[in-house]
Write a protein that binds this ligand. Structure first.
Ligand code: NAD
Length: 373
């Protein structure tokens, strides 16, 4: 099945967007650096080892942002700079020797952000942007992780093109459709590069909980008639998403992730899913309310109400830390194009949806090289 593997243990990653999710990922790389065996009981990880790769094999070699408090700083400092506000669970991040470079802003900053205090929002650095593809090549990056804000269509396409130009695998953590888009998928396939996307489905987040409960209702014969999922938080992601015009693909991504678990699709009126508000004091704590209404035996109504409270960014990092290692496995095996199994397991909007149970089974097979992608 796979061609002969190269024996290269480091996984050189580059990060586009050094926000809260990147902060959690980088903290996690150092927090878990001592994890050496699959049998160690480690809270918070889905896989201690992926193939032959430990978390300590992940090395940051490049990073890009546009905020004046981050650009020019070592990654170890930039991840703790404002407006980042996620929980610091590992402050002891050593100097990486990698300075954050200025990326092109394009549509990365929403207009309405200027109405908020500087400590809460992005503040653009007045520096000439670098050529990201050139910088990626220079750094030797193998995997580029895209953390652009929701609605950054142009910026995401720019970074996807940079990955193609520099020969990097691409992990798209946000809802601009790249890996799930046929044309973009073909571009990666043609270049011999793997991609995983789109839009991270967090470890235990609103999407996976809503999917699991919808699946349960359907499996137990309940006819789901109406459902909503309301989300709010106080980080930049939620501030950015106050602009409804930036939300189109986020709504599609979140809605399709749940719809794909329903026995019968609901009409527009009966399914409402989306980011709902920005509450600054919550910082990176996201609150989600889920309601499911259905009919069970005897056509008798059943209702479920759930409140989920999670620190948003470590929740995404718990998946990205595995996705990075799967992208590296694909590079080793020379597998190109969208990785069906990791995308279905880790992303809300993969090129092909599967139940989470099936996707997990497929991911395990992919790691063991019993499944090509
Ligand atoms: N659990 C989660 O947190 C989660 C889950 C799914 C998807 N996502 C998505 O991941 C993305 C990142 O989330 P986050 O919480 O880290 O957001 P964030 O707002 O904290 O970080 C975004 C970063 O991108 C930078 N940026 C903006 N435009 C840029 C450009 N053109 N070039 C380089 N950098 C630029 C900003 O300065 C900021 O540092 C968002 O789209 C979010 O919706 C997050």
């Amino acid at each position: 099945m796979a061609k002969k593997e190269k024996n290269n243990k480091d996984i050189k990653i580059a990060i586009a967007g050094v926000g809260n999710c990147a902060s959690s990922l980088v903290q996690g790389i150092y927090y878990y650096k001592k994890v050496k065996n699959d049998d160690d009981l480690v809270p918070g990880l889905m896989h201690n080892i992926v193939g032959k790769y430990k978390i300590s094999d992940i090395k940051i070699v490049a990073a890009f942002d546009i905020d004046k408090r981050k650009v020019g700083k070592d990654v170890s400092q930039a991840i703790f700079a404002l407006p980042n506000c996620t929980k610091i669970f590992h402050s002891d991040v050593p100097k990486t020797g990698v300075r954050v470079k200025m990326g092109p802003v394009l549509d990365g900053i929403a207009d309405h952000m200027k109405d908020y205090p500087e400590e809460k929002r992005f503040v653009q650095a007045k520096i000439k942007p670098v050529d990201v593809a050139k910088e990626l090549k220079k750094s030797g990056a193998e995997v580029l992780i895209n953390y652009m804000p929701v609605g950054s269509q142009k910026a995401t396409e720019y970074y996807a093109n940079a990955a193609l130009g520099a020969g990097c695998a691409f992990i798209n953590c946000m809802p601009v459709f790249i890996c799930s888009d046929k044309e973009w998928a073909e571009k990666f396939e043609k270049k011999g590069l793997p991609c995983i996307g789109d839009d991270i489905k967090s470890q235990v987040g609103a999407t996976i909980v809503h999917r699991a409960l919808s699946h349960l209702f359907c499996e137990r014969g309940v006819k789901i008639e109406r459902s909503y999922q309301l989300n709010f938080g106080g980080n930049c992601d939620f501030m950015n998403m106050l602009s409804r015009s930036r939300l189109k693909s986020k709504k599609i991504s979140k809605t399709e992730a749940v719809e794909s678990e329903l026995a019968k699709r609901l009409t527009y009126d009966n399914l409402h899913i989306g980011p709902s508000d920005y509450v600054p004091f919550l910082k990176d704590n996201k609150i989600c309310f889920i309601r499911i209404e259905g009919r069970k035996f005897g056509n008798v109504p059943v209702e479920l109400e759930l409140r989920l409270s999670v620190e948003d960014s470590p929740n995404s990092a718990g998946c990205v830390i595995d996705a990075v290692r799967m992208a590296k496995i694909a590079l080793d095996r020379k597998v190109a194009g969208p990785l069906i199994s990791p995308s279905a397991y880790f992303m809300k909007h993969p090129i092909q949806q599967f139940t989470d149970e099936k996707a997990r089974e497929m991911v395990e097979e992919f790691i063991k090289d019993q499944r090509e992608r």
